[in-house]
Design a protein around this ligand. Sequence first.
Ligand SMILES: CC(=O)SCCNC(=O)CCNC(=O)[C@H](O)C(C)(C)COP(=O)(O)OP(=O)(O)OC[C@H]1O[C@@H](n2cnc3c(N)ncnc32)[C@H](O)[C@@H]1OP(=O)(O)O
Ligand SMILES: N[C@@H](CCO)C(=O)O
Length: 389
Amino acid sequence: MGSVDTRFLELPAPLPLDCGRELHSVRVAYETYGTLSPARDNVILVCHALSGDAHAAGLSSTPGEAGTRDGFAAESRDGTAGKALGWWDGMIGPGKAFDTDLYYVVSTNLLGGCRGTTGPSSINPETGKPYGSDFPVVTVADMVRCERAFLDVLGIERLAAVAGGSLGGMQALQWAMSYPDQVDSIVVIASTHGLHPQGVAWNAIARESIMRDPAWQDGHYYGTGSAPDAGMGVARMVGHITYLSAPALEDRFARRLQFADDIRYTIREPEFEVESYLRHQANSFVKRFDANTYLYLSRALTYFDAARGHKSLAEAFAEVEARTLLIAFSSDWLYPPAASAAIEEALREAGKPVEYHLIDAPYGHDCFLLEEARQTPIVRRFLNEGDHE
Ligand SMILES: CC(=O)SCCNC(=O)CCNC(=O)[C@H](O)C(C)(C)COP(=O)(O)OP(=O)(O)OC[C@H]1O[C@@H](n2cnc3c(N)ncnc32)[C@H](O)[C@@H]1OP(=O)(O)O
Ligand SMILES: N[C@@H](CCO)C(=O)O
């Protein structure tokens, strides 16, 4: 893809939210890849998961600029100094799953984010100070409403597809329910119609860890010189473990010790390799992510329940017009294959076109970021079939 710029756009009108409040002066960070067709009918919206951002593909030409908090560094998945590779670079580009020779791929930072789109670290126009915990609680439906309003500004009415993994997959499902006549297809990967109680519980532990850090200061830590990095580091450790699988950890770390071939009788040192790995994940995360955004996004993904307000999931899908592609991974216990199977069953019951693929892979939930080669032919064929309908 080469170098890509993150751009920013202000929504022209206030954004109404599920909680009853409105957000004024909403800014959206976004990137685009490929060429918009004259008929504007080749647009794929890519939605990111918890810790992603608008930079989905290519090398960021403006590293760090998408972040709104001082000190955020653009992340590099390949160690390319100063230029970060997008989080789904293996899936977006010429000849890739989301083929930029054919499609105009649009990626935004979601509402509530901390990488350029309005979120808790943004300035509240009413006070002139960062919102902090005064930011309204947002839902997946609010994120999708924000994406709809953003696309309106670009003059894009209809989407060839909406795609995403995890929380991104929830957004894709929500698109098909909120705007059924504006979406041709959805690609829902490693996602769910509603997180199971164990997933809700792990998210609750992560949020508690942030909120119990005294540096959180009831959510108003911006400009105080301290931030709940300790709490958020622990939150990421918890979260990161839920994104992996027990066999993957066994295979990669076993019970190997970090420094010596024997224990040291310490409680503070990360003696096991897996402990050291977790600390590294925590330390790199706090440099690039805002704790309040973590709280709000974690809340939004636990609230998501496609069947809420309906008698059944099938009834919730009654208005859906999009073709649906579901992909799940055998080792993903957080967003388990059973959830994708339940979505498939409900869509079939509602008489909607759907296909479900279960990929046997060992890396847990993060498979959607790692198993790009095996997702690619499935996604390409699915999108190609839609083009010929
Ligand atoms: C989904 C979205 O919308 S975007 C969000 C996607 N990005 C993220 O989630 C970022 C954090 N997550 C990850 O890195 C995920 O594991 C993945 C799936 C994206 C990448 O997986 P992998 O490439 O397998 O990375 P891995 O888990 O091995 O971590 C590698 C890092 O751990 C470090 N590491 C490995 N072993 C150890 C150890 N024993 N001690 C300390 N550090 C260690 C490596 O040095 C490397 O550091 P670096 O990232 O600073 O270069
Ligand atoms: N590793 C991903 C998984 C969340 O679903 C993230 O941090 O966004």
